[in-house]
Design a protein around this ligand. Structure first.
Ligand code: 13P
Length: 339
């Protein structure tokens, strides 16, 4: 393992002004997105949609890296160019989702364990050869009555650490993503408590598995109220509580934090990131690794039609620019209307 090289990639992933495009929706998840815009979920449509983003100008300015799904990393653009080459030509880094999804955890009703460790070393070597320089593994922790349990938190943190160690052994930067869901009706303080326990446990497991923190990127949820909570916390409270939770649990050796959007609205996700960077005073770079909060607008503008490609690229470019500014604390909600 060349830790200096891993660290260089990790630093580039979280470089100020840029962030990560999470375009790694599985075939099932992208079907849900396509259903919403009336697009058939075919291999060609998935390719066309991702190609339009990878060819957009925004890639060169605001997107440090792209997380791909297995199908996409092997796909070629309509003109035969590998999609991976479109990404590197734009000066962005290709990454790959390597987990095999969150599955029901035996003995733990309502909880999941993320699978995909078997044969992972061999898969990582192939992805490296294809150009991937970072990977992603997502653990899912729900909040509900009696959930999460210690057993599920511990098992998911252990799997994240085993994955991260395998990545580094294959010269790939692991994005470690322990996602505490915001789907429930819980308040922000419950999210705070659970997030702290999950992060603390994750870093303990990373330590035990000898993962070099300088060569990874953390992808956490923000500390936020549940979507169904009647009195959701405001932007400043989310920013302050998220920073406080991370300061208490995430070592300073980690180069950067790239948040997931997790179901926040586009503008909420941008405002939260911006507020944290305006507050500052933490040892890490903080940027985005958004899926939905970057892609909802371009998907709507595209709607599967060739004549809409330019409009979709403009919509993607706008969101990427807003989030790029937020990664430096230079965003202002007024910019949304101006555009
Ligand atoms: P969202 O930003 O839509 O939560 O997706 C990011 C991601 O990669 C989840 O694993």
């Amino acid at each position: 393992m060349d830790l200096q090289a891993l660290n260089k990639v990790a630093e580039a992933m979280v470089a100020p002004g840029r962030g990560i495009l999470a375009a790694d929706e599985s075939t099932g998840t992208i079907k849900k997105r396509f259903d919403a815009i009336g697009v058939e979920n075919t291999e060609d449509n998935r390719r066309d949609y991702r190609e339009l983003m990878f060819r957009s100008d925004a890639m060169k300015h605001y997107v440090s890296g792209v997380i791909l799904f297995d199908e996409t990393i092997w796909q070629n653009a309509a003109d035969g160019t590998p999609l991976v080459k479109l990404i590197t030509d734009a000066g962005s880094i290709p990454g790959i989702k390597v987990d095999k999804g969150a599955h029901p955890m035996p003995g733990f009703p309502g909880e999941t364990i993320t699978e995909g460790l078997d044969g992972l070393g061999e898969r990582l070597a192939k992805y490296y050869e294809r150009g991937a320089r970072f990977a992603k593994w997502r653990a899912v922790i729900d909040i509900a009555a009696g959930v999460p349990t210690w057993g599920a938190i511990k098992a998911n943190a252990h799997a994240l650490a085993r994955y991260a160690a395998l990545c580094q052994a294959n010269q790939i930067v692991p994005i470690v993503e322990p996602e505490v869901l915001m789907d429930g009706d819980h308040d922000i303080d419950r999210c705070d408590t659970v997030t702290r326990l999950v992060l603390k446990t994750t870093f303990q497991e990373l330590f035990e598995q000898r993962v070099a923190l300088e060569g990874m990127v953390l992808k956490p949820n923000m500390v936020i109220s549940g979507k169904k909570n009647g009195a959701r916390a405001g932007v400043q409270e989310v920013a302050e509580k998220t920073i406080a939770a991370l300061k208490a649990t995430v070592p300073a050796a980690v180069p950067g934090i790239a948040y997931l959007s997790g179901g926040q609205s586009d503008e909420e996700a941008t405002a939260h990131l911006d507020a944290m960077n305006k507050i500052g005073g933490f040892p890490w770079k903080m940027t985005y690794s958004y899926g939905r909060a970057l892609q909802a607008a371009p998907q709507k503008a595209w709607a599967g039609k060739k004549e809409n490609v330019a409009a979709a690229q403009a919509a993607f470019g706008h969101r990427a620019r807003m989030n790029g500014l937020a990664s430096k604390g230079e965003y202002d909600a007024g910019m949304e209307k101006a555009a």
